[in-house]
Design a protein around this ligand. Structure first.
Ligand code: FE2
Length: 377
């Protein structure tokens, strides 16, 4: 492996760092903006102390040298010298091939199908509360698979809040801080009846959608009522393989979603069924037959193909080969990434009782907690 070395290119506009894996180039303006010195970044909280207006017009580098594990750079116009740890530059490099495929999976994500029935990720609540290692692993499983089960949850009303306390905060909605899922007379929402429900993401009519849903089981002696989950990213990926033009339509145009099932509530959103980042990374799936409203943003000529693609995606989601299925026992719960994994319920009979409590939360807190645990020594 060659020793790291630095050199300047384009009259100092670019720094070249020779590493064992090849040359990484960095622009002067990028290095100046992201300098790590105490005048640019607060050493305590890491927050940037300058604005873009503080950057000099010319961020050309006049000299660069390698000292031990540091790259030392002097900016010509300011005469300012800053040091970057070589490893920091390697970790933050952007001079490499980027996956620009429309619909590629995000980092850390593993797509799955019914084969995952044999290896459903699960954590034990008392362990997660007391030990950071299983907690880290459980949170990482949610990042990888978009869902995970939990056992050992106290069988008590409101115990699901203890699950959210592991990583973040409840997202309160018009359904309350939590909602009850059991048979009701005169239900205001189909989720509260004994009917089976097609796999869906929750609340696509909100913007932003709740990014996590937690469902905890308190009673389950009814016949049926199994829970199912489907990987929406895997379904989108499959659609992209069989019908790339249809995939493009579902990601290019906004769908519409609505909910107005209660007095004083008229929720609506205009967002795509398959949402991609500007780089083409799968970002979110919104799929919910009950909440779909008439699409109005698809050009007239594309509407038949749009519906064709939507139907194809629906068929992939309904295919038993896509689903992981489990029946929750009292004291068990599951969490889904509501931007990726669809959940469903098989119909259940009136015999016996089924009582679940659900609530929403958000992924930012979960990922923050996970990142902090992963960074812990
Ligand atoms: Fe739901």
């Amino acid at each position: 492996m060659p020793t790291p070395a630095v050199s300047l290119l384009e009259n100092g506009a670019v720094l070249a760092l020779q590493t064992g894996a090849g040359v990484l180039r960095f622009h002067g303006v990028w290095l100046r903006d992201n300098a790590l010195d105490a005048a640019t970044r607060d050493p305590q909280n890491g927050q940037r102390l300058i604005t873009l207006a503080d950057l000099p017009e010319d961020c050309a580098i006049s000299s660069a040298a390698l000292r031990d594990d540091l790259v030392s750079i002097t900016f010509a116009s300011e005469g300012k010298t800053v040091d970057f740890p070589t490893q920091w530059l390697i970790d933050h490099a952007y001079d490499h091939a980027h996956d620009a495929t429309r619909g590629h999976a995000p980092q850390h994500v593993q797509l799955w199908d019914s084969a995952l029935n044999d290896a459903v990720p699960i954590g034990h609540f008392p362990d997660l509360k007391t030990n950071p290692i299983p907690k880290r692993d459980w949170l990482a499983a949610i990042r990888t698979f978009g869902f995970a089960k939990l056992s050992g949850v106290p069988i008590a009303s409101g115990a699901l809040f203890g699950i959210v306390d592991l990583f973040g905060h409840v997202r309160e909605t018009n359904y309350g801080r939590h909602f009850e899922v059991r048979t009701e007379v005169n239900p205001t929402n189909l989720a509260y009846t004994g009917l089976g429900l097609q796999a869906h993401t929750d609340n696509p009519y909100r913007d932003p959608v709740p990014t996590l849903q937690i469902l905890a089981c308190l009673e389950n002696s009814a016949e049926g009522g199994d829970n199912m989950v489907v990987d929406g990213f895997a379904a989108a990926h499959m659609l992209n393989q069989v019908n790339p033009a249809g995939f493009a339509l579902l990601s290019q145009y906004s769908a519409r979603f609505e909910y107005a099932g209660e007095a004083g509530v008229r929720l609506s959103s205009r967002r795509p069924v398959i949402e991609l980042s500007p780089e083409g990374t799968l970002q979110a799936i919104r799929f919910n037959a009950r909440s779909s409203a008439a699409p109005m943003d698809v050009p007239f000529d594309d509407m038949p193909a749009y519906y064709g693609a939507l139907k194809q995606l629906s068929d992939i989601i309904d295919d038993p080969a896509s689903e992981v299925r489990f029946k929750l026992a009292p004291g068990e719960a599951f969490i889904v990434d509501n931007t990726r994994v669809l959940h469903a319920r098989k119909g259940y009979s009136g015999a016996g009782k089924r009582w679940l409590q659900g609530c929403y939360a958000d992924k930012d807190g979960l990922y923050s907690t996970l990142a902090a645990l992963e960074a812990a020594p």
